[in-house]
Design a protein around this ligand. Structure first.
Ligand code: FMN
Length: 423
């Protein structure tokens, strides 16, 4: 029987011996792409390759080598719903975006042991005119067709009014009691606001608006009658009937200083872009300390792109295929638009501020999390992330109908079997 815990030295040796990917890597800094136009069709720079990810894909670190194995904290699993289509900028086949596909995947995920799904929000795609589904309506329909899954719906302050979202959320909570949650996304894609003729606020102003947005949601969900006077929203003796039976959880994307300040004050969950365990550990410690000083407890969710197969070689072959077919134009267009996030702030802290083109083939830096390998290797890495402070792993998959049940069958049981107490 194959050992549950793979020795790190074996993995390191096998990686060193591996042949280079098919396309040579040039890791390009986002800064170089500041001027790239949306969909300008330029292909004068090399397509990122798998080789470019070597520095971020070492799945077992020194800490694991020292300790042999890591007892796993109790961790929840979430997955990205396929409502926006694929999760990588590559021409490989990915999960179908249709509603039938979203529902089938949701049902399979709750069977497989996933606690949450994230239904992302995009009104136009950075990559062009691909078809995709709106988040709140997709959530309502998934709610009616599932039994246990918690539904985290992304909403944009500035494109939605919080009173309208509060009412829709209360309605979904009626359809699926206790299962509605929001991911408040403050916006980084200027072109999208421009498309709908809405003002584009400065980065930190967007977070001030989001903070008010959350206060209005909570006020309407939590009180019989609510009045609010903010700089962005006014609520006048308003009420909801019915109100949610329990207060919906508030997640937030955003890793900049302004995002952290908002999370510490108002969110239940802090979502992180993909990163290596050492960086995750540092970010969690920093934000947790800020929350502690404010007398609040935050939970941490991390994005990670999972390629888990029977063997490490099979998983790496999938990654090679993704990188060989990477869509360089789409990556560059995204990199250019993502300049509107943390990179546009004074301290240049935040999402994508340090990303390189190779890791942006999965636009939420999910490849950096290093969840690529055999089932046992991926389980080991998950325990390492738990040890770094992650309470929920948000998983992306290439072929969700096949990979979500496989993850439930082969990876989650290994993690659970290694479970330690929740810290
Ligand atoms: C896990 C995760 C999911 C996100 N989902 C969305 C989304 O669906 N739509 C969106 O416009 N932004 C989404 N974002 C982006 C953030 O809301 C935010 O705009 C971005 O992180 C830039 O923030 P920053 O400048 O504070 O780092 C997501 C971020 C994370 C980490």
């Amino acid at each position: 029987m194959r050992s549950k815990w793979i020795m790190a030295c074996t993995i390191q040796r096998s990686r060193r011996g591996r042949a280079a990917g098919p396309v040579d890597l040039v890791a390009l800094d986002l800064e170089q792409h500041r001027g790239d136009a949306f969909g300008d069709g330029r292909l004068d720079r090399p397509v990122p390759s798998r080789r470019s990810l070597q520095h971020v894909l070492s799945p077992v670190t020194a800490s694991v080598r020292r300790r042999g194995r890591i007892p796993c904290r109790l961790m929840e699993f979430a997955y990205w719903a396929p409502n926006l289509g694929g999760l990588v900028f590559s021409s490989v086949d990915e999960t179908d975006w249709s509603f039938a596909s979203n529902l089938a995947v949701a049902r399979a995920a709750e069977q497989a042991g996933f606690a949450y799904t994230l239904i992302a929000a995009r009104f136009i795609l950075t990559s062009g005119r691909g078809e995709h589904l709106e988040s709140l309506t997709t959530t309502a329909a998934i709610a009616a067709g599932t039994e246990r899954l918690k539904l985290v719906t992304a909403v944009h302050p500035g494109l939605w009014h919080p009173g309208v979202v509060a009412k829709i959320g209360a309605t979904i909570d009626h359809i699926a009691p206790g299962r509605f949650a929001v991911n408040v996304v403050s916006g980084w894609f200027r072109r999208e606001f421009h498309a709908f003729g809405e003002p584009w606020l400065d980065h930190d102003e967007r977070y001030r608006r989001s903070a008010e947005f959350i206060e209005v949601l909570r006020g309407l969900w939590g009180t019989d009658e609510f009045t609010y006077r903010g700089d962005f929203y006014r609520i006048n003796e308003a009420w909801l009937a019915p109100r949610p039976a329990t207060m919906p959880e508030v997640f937030q994307g955003g890793n900049s200083t302004a995002a952290r300040e908002m999370a510490v004050r108002l969110s239940d969950w802090y979502f992180m872009n993909g990163a290596e365990p050492a960086k995750v550990r540092a970010q969690v410690a920093e934000v947790r300390e800020l929350a502690g000083a404010a007398g609040r407890r935050l939970r941490f969710a991390l994005n990670g792109y999972v390629i888990a197969r029977e063997t490490e070689a099979e998983a790496e072959a999938v990654l090679d295929r993704i990188m060989r077919h990477a869509n360089a134009d789409a990556v560059r267009a995204f990199a250019s638009h993502a300049q509107g996030a943390g990179a546009s702030t004074k301290d240049r802290i935040g999402m994508w501020a340090q990303s390189d083109l190779a890791s942006l083939v999965q636009p939420n830096d999910g490849l950096r999390t290093g969840l690529i390998g055999s089932y046992a290797q991926v389980a080991e890495r998950i325990c390492e992330l738990g040890d770094a402070g992650v309470d929920c792993l948000l998983c992306g998959f290439l072929d969700m109908p096949a990979e979500i049940p496989a993850f439930g069958e082969h990876v989650i049981p290994l993690v659970r079997a290694a479970g330690g107490p929740m810290v």
